[in-house]
Design a binder for this molecule. Structure first.
Ligand code: ATP
Ligand code: MG
Length: 354
């Protein structure tokens, strides 16, 4: 039973404050993902939890035990580094098994464990090779294997699938998820790939510029984004964020009044969020629609993205069936689904909930 608690954690490198009084609780046995853009502080936070980086302020606890004063070796964590440093002179099997070797695990048991994770990671045929004879994606799986043979209290994984091709990444997502369900070891997983975060996690921690933006289940961060950053970051294609006015109980977008009720606290100027999947293309003049002109059309497999210009510099993307016909400059209208609208205060960026 190891939950990880981070309290008021700050980290500065010189004058650059990378983590800003961060509070976070990772419940025992859960798979929690740190998701955020490059440079937002994910690796720094993970390295601090591992003990490889000292906090400027704040504390870290595993259960009741304060750990930020302990050296890494006393924290019983296994970490997969973003820059999967392998031992260059050891072959793959020894790289994977090294952590067991130094703990005095009997040889047969070690071989069995190494074989089992190598099979899962599809690198069984590489066991006698040296790291320099491997591709980036193969090295990355060796690094992952080295953590997976251990039975730590906590797994810390920093983008462990980033160098794999799309197909292998999808397979490994499933394998890691199964691995976690089987062992139930508390896992903190860093990625900037939202598909990984959404498919693998019990909880997603969305970060930006060293600040936690929202913590929630994948459904929560997708369905109820807490602010404009989360709204724009989660979801592909990104959520449309449309400036709108709300006067005397009437909502107006690009000069067109819409028969949509807003929560009482909605400000006079607001941002309306609607996902491309919740926008339909209709005939101009249809009820509840906003007229515009087709700006660009993109086929993305079974769907088509239609970007409609409502006013100069104001475009909204609709995701429709690929069979939907639309040509550039066609006069159309968009209809946002009133049941799936998000309202934000542009002054604070925060969502306004009904
Ligand atoms: N040792 C260091 N010295 C100085 N600045 C650092 C150091 N390590 C990280 N930084 C800075 O801290 C910020 C956060 O870096 P970090 O590596 O945590 O980002 P990240 O979220 O993991 O990004 P990525 O997705 O690109 O891996 C960056 O601005 C980075 O330049
Ligand atoms: Mg990183």
């Amino acid at each position: 039973m190891t939950d990880v608690v981070v309290q008021g954690l700050s980290k500065s490198f010189g004058s650059n404050q990378v983590l800003k009084a961060m509070d976070l609780r990772v419940p025992s046995r859960q798979f929690v993902t740190l998701l955020g853009p490059s440079g937002c502080g994910k690796t720094t936070l993970l390295r601090m939890i591992a003990g490889l980086e000292k906090a400027t302020a704040g504390e870290i606890r595993f259960g009741d035990r304060r750990v930020d004063t302990l050296p890494p070796g006393e924290r019983n964590i296994a970490m997969v580094f973003q820059s999967y440093a392998l031992y260059p002179t050891m072959d793959v099997a020894r790289n994977i098994g090294y952590g067991l070797e130094v703990r005095g695990t009997p040889k047969a048991e070690k071989q069995e464990k190494v074989g089992a994770v190598a099979k899962v990671l599809e690198i069984l045929h590489l066991l006698t090779r040296k790291p320099k004879q491997l591709s980036g994606g193969q090295r990355q799986r060796v690094a992952l294997g080295r953590a997976m043979v251990r039975r730590p209290d906590i797994f810390l994984m920093d983008e462990p699938l980033s160098n794999l091709d799309a197909k292998l990444r999808a397979t490994m997502r499933g394998e890691l998820r199964r691995f976690h369900l089987d062992l139930g070891t508390t896992t903190i997983y860093v990625t900037h790939d939202q598909l990984e975060a959404m498919t693998m996690s019990d909880l997603v921690v969305v970060m930006n510029e060293g600040v936690v933006q929202q913590i929630g289940t994948p459904e929560e961060v997708y369905g109820k984004p807490a602010n404009l950053f989360v709204a724009g970051f989660i979801g592909t294609p990104p959520m449309n964020l449309i400036p709108a006015q709300f006067r005397d109980g009437v909502l107006t977008v690009a000069g067109t009044p819409l028969p949509i009720a807003l929560p009482p606290g909605a400000p006079a100027d607001l941002v309306l969020g609607v996902r491309p999947q919740d926008v339909t293309i209709v005939e101009p003049g249809s009820p509840g629609s906003i007229p515009g002109k087709v700006w660009i059309v993109e086929l993305i497999g079974s769907e088509r993205l239609i970007e409609v210009e409502l006013a100069p510099k104001l475009r909204v993307t609709a995701e429709v069936r690929a069979t939907h016909r639309a040509a550039i400059d066609d006069a159309v209208a968009i209809r946002p689904d009133p049941a799936h609208l998000h309202v934000f205060d542009p002054a604070t960026g925060q969502a306004i909930n009904a």
